[in-house]
Structure formats: structure tokens, C-alpha cells
Design a protein around this ligand. Structure first.
Ligand code: THU
Length: 165
């Protein structure tokens, strides 16, 4: 018999449009959408942009980068985080993140980070010791706002789990 039955809640806000965002959020949202134009997605035709908002208001962008050897490619969320960490190691805290996606020749649609990206996103959040609010385009044209990346991935694996006692 199960000892307990538990539930986990994910809290997020659903916004009707970008006009409901704060100024800096709008900048990140717009940057993620613009970044989709620079995706290298000749194989999937799915163009993804990610934007990282820094404390000084600057924005670092990522796009998905595909490869003829398919698994060698990388998602926009990870090119953004890895690119920032590699190219600007002294960057301050990331205070926001936004993602956008559209198929070739199509309209912007939903963009939900894959499991591998969530794992990476979480580690960067815990590494900086400060939550990273996230904006994702929902399935029905809404904008989903999460106060922390951790909301996306309960029961995640972390460095703590490497230390077995
Ligand atoms: N992709 C991303 O860049 N981010 C996501 O959140 C979902 C998927 C990319 C990977 C691949 O280049 C293409 O979209 C199709 O999966």
C-alpha cells in the first residue's frame, strides 16, 4: 500500500498579450521573437529564439543550431545559456528569460523547452542563487509567466544528488 498520495502544483500566470508585460519583459519577449530569424533550422524548419535579460537591461540571445548529424544540434535555450556563460563569464544575474518559436514561413506558436533544456536552465538558476522568471508562448496565443525556472521541472536531478551519503 502506498504510504502517501501527493500532488505538486505548478504556479504560473496567463497573460492575454505582450501589452500586459513590464517594459523589460517586453524587451526580452521581443528579442526572443526577433532571434527566431537567426535560427539555423534547415532540417526541422522550426525556428526558435531565446532571450536572457540581464540586470543592466541588456539582452543575450540564443537560437537553435541544427546539424546534418541531427543530435549534434542544440536548442535555442541552451545556446543562449551556454553562449552567455562562455562568452561573458562575468555577467551579472539573469533576471528574465523568454522563448519564441515559429515554423518556416509560419506564425509564432507555442514553445515549451525540452527536458534537456529544463535540466540546464535549472542548473543556471541554482548556480546564480536567484530565480529566473520565464515567459513562454502558450498554445492559445497567451503568454505564460513563471516566477522561477524550477517550476518547470519538479524532481530534477542536481549536484546535491551526486553527493551520496
Ligand atoms: N527546439 C528548441 O530550440 N527549443 C525548444 O524549446 C524546442 C525545440 C529546437 C530543436 C530543433 O532544432 C528544433 O527545435 C525541432 O525540435
Amino acid at each position: 500500500m502506498a504510504r502517501n498520495s501527493r500532488q505538486q502544483l505548478i504556479t504560473y500566470e496567463e497573460l492575454d498579450s505582450a501589452t500586459d508585460l513590464t517594459g523589460p519583459e517586453q524587451a526580452a519577449w521581443q528579442a526572443a521573437r526577433e532571434a527566431t530569424a537567426d535560427a539555423y533550422a534547415p532540417y526541422s524548419g522550426f525556428h526558435v529564439g531565446a532571450a536572457l535579460l540581464l540586470a543592466d537591461g541588456s539582452i543575450f540571445r540564443g537560437t537553435n543550431q541544427e546539424n546534418a548529424a541531427y543530435p549534434s544540434g542544440l536548442c535555442a535555450e541552451r545556446t543562449a545559456l551556454f553562449g552567455l556563460a562562455a562568452g561573458q563569464p562575468a555577467h551579472g544575474p539573469i533576471v528574465g528569460m523568454a522563448v519564441a518559436a515559429r515554423p518556416s514561413g509560419g506564425d509564432f506558436g507555442p514553445a515549451f523547452p525540452c527536458g534537456a533544456c529544463r535540466q540546464v536552465m535549472l542548473e543556471y538558476e541554482s548556480r546564480q542563487g536567484q530565480p529566473i522568471p520565464l515567459l513562454l508562448p502558450g498554445r492559445d496565443g497567451t503568454i505564460l509567466r513563471f516566477q522561477s525556472l524550477a517550476a518547470l521541472m519538479p524532481f530534477s536531478f542536481s549536484a546535491d544528488d551526486l553527493r551520496s551519503e
